[in-house]
Ligand binder design. Structure first.
Ligand code: PLP
Length: 392
């Protein structure tokens, strides 16, 4: 049996999305910027319609939506673009210790170029305190970048509260909302953000296409230089099919939001209660409330996350031990360390993230195969042997 439990890493593309994209990969292959003939105008109109759909889905205006090549690009653009545009006003950026590497590594890059970055700590559930944000502001602060929801432990941040703080100090506020679409309501006005990043492949759209929302009046530098696409702000021939797919996917995800949240929370909660009940020396990482409806993350003492993944893979279960982007590295997840887990416990972590195609049978299967995997790995652990001996 094959079970996909890594929907925070990516999601399958819906058939409706593929159907919407196909014409632009076949007959309607025009360049969206070629206005002097029909096939170009058709492509251009498709991009325009997609922009309108995305704007409506997040409560923005059509001219506030910029298509990018990914969520990573949107994060890079928001942060570098704001930093470069505001360098005469100041050089200080506020973010958190648990951002995605698309934000963290961008901030580290800027530090090498004279910017100063405050990486705010989070509490044991991964929550940022709005007071900490306010206290970190100096007269040099030009940007606050705090993610809407964490990709590893699912923490949903108090974005609207932080938005009010940013506004009262007249500081630009960016949020990485890559994990939010289809899981929580995203409305740029209610959130009080100036910039917001999205990525289609996290909500059943295609890979390699994202969005940066930039509020009207906010001026940031370009990241990609070249032609005049995206109203001169993001050069490169439009990925028409990808953009159409992103729009279809966001439309479906936001239309069915309440239903989706209900369904995903049910599977997530079955996994959480089942695993905590069946497996000793196990903890849930991340909050119980204000948590992404599709994310569960556990630490199992006395075992290694990578070994769990390998044995799960042999049983046909696809999962993750941290963020997909960090895989291949032996360092424990920076997010788990930031919530205070010691290295050895952070190492034994497992992220299971459910999705649109998850079934009760999938959850039953994981609850059946995971406990013996943990038991088997613990049987090989000298540390666990000591624990067992002490208890018997
Ligand atoms: N931000 C968050 C919170 C993510 O989870 C991811 C993907 O894992 C990204 C940014 C990067 O998005 P993309 O894969 O489109 O570059």
């Amino acid at each position: 049996m094959d079970v996909y439990m890594d929907n925070n890493a990516t999601t399958y593309m819906k058939k409706e999305v593929l159907d919407a994209m196909l014409p632009y990969l076949t007959q309607q292959y025009g360049n969206g910027s070629s206005k002097f003939y029909k096939i170009g105008r058709v492509a251009g109109a498709a991009v325009r319609d997609a922009r309108d759909v995305v704007a409506k889905a997040i409560g923005a205006k059509i001219n506030e939506i910029y298509f990018t090549g990914s969520g990573t690009e949107a994060d890079n653009w928001a942060i570098k673009g704001a930093a470069f545009a505001k360098k005469d006003k100041g050089n200080h950026i506020i973010t958190t210790q648990i951002e995605h590497h698309a934000v963290l590594h961008t901030c580290e890059y800027l530090e090498k170029h004279g910017y100063e970055v405050t990486y705010l700590p989070v509490d044991e559930y991964g929550m940022v305190k709005p007071d900490d944000v306010e206290n970190a502001i100096t007269d040099k602060t030009i940007l606050i970048s705090i993610m809407t929801a964490n990709n590893e432990i699912g923490t949903i941040q108090p974005i609207a509260q932080i938005g009010k703080i940013a506004k009262s100090h007249k500081i630009l506020f960016h949020t990485d909302a890559v994990q939010a679409i289809g899981h929580i309501r995203v409305n740029v006005e209610e959130m009080g953000v100036d910039m917001l990043s999205l990525s289609a492949h996290k909500f059943h759209g295609p890979k390699g296409v994202g969005v940066l929302y930039i509020k009207n009046g906010v001026k940031i530098d370009n990241l990609i230089h070249g032609g005049g696409q995206e109203r001169g702000k993001r050069a490169s021939t439009e990925n028409v099919a990808g953009i159409v797919g992103l729009a279809k996917a966001i439309e479906i995800a936001t239309e069915n939001l309440d239903e989706n949240i209900k369904k995903l929370s049910y599977f997530r909660d079955r996994l959480i209660s089942g695993i905590l009940e069946k497996i000793p020396y196990c903890r849930l990482n991340g909050p119980t409330e204000n948590r992404l409806c599709n994310n569960a993350n556990f630490s199992f003492r006395y075992v290694e996350g990578e070994s769990i993944l390998m044995l799960l893979d042999m049983k046909g279960v696809a999962a993750s031990s941290g963020s997909a982007c960090a895989s291949g590295s032996l360092d424990p997840s920076h997010v788990l360390l930031a919530i205070g887990l010691p290295h050895e416990i952070a190492h034994g972590s497992l992220r299971l993230s459910v999705g649109d195609n998850t079934t009760d049978k999938d959850v039953d299967y994981v609850l059946e195969v995971l406990p013996p995997i943990i038991e088997r790995l613990r049987a090989m652990s000298p540390l666990y042997e000591g624990v067992e001996r002490r208890e018997n």
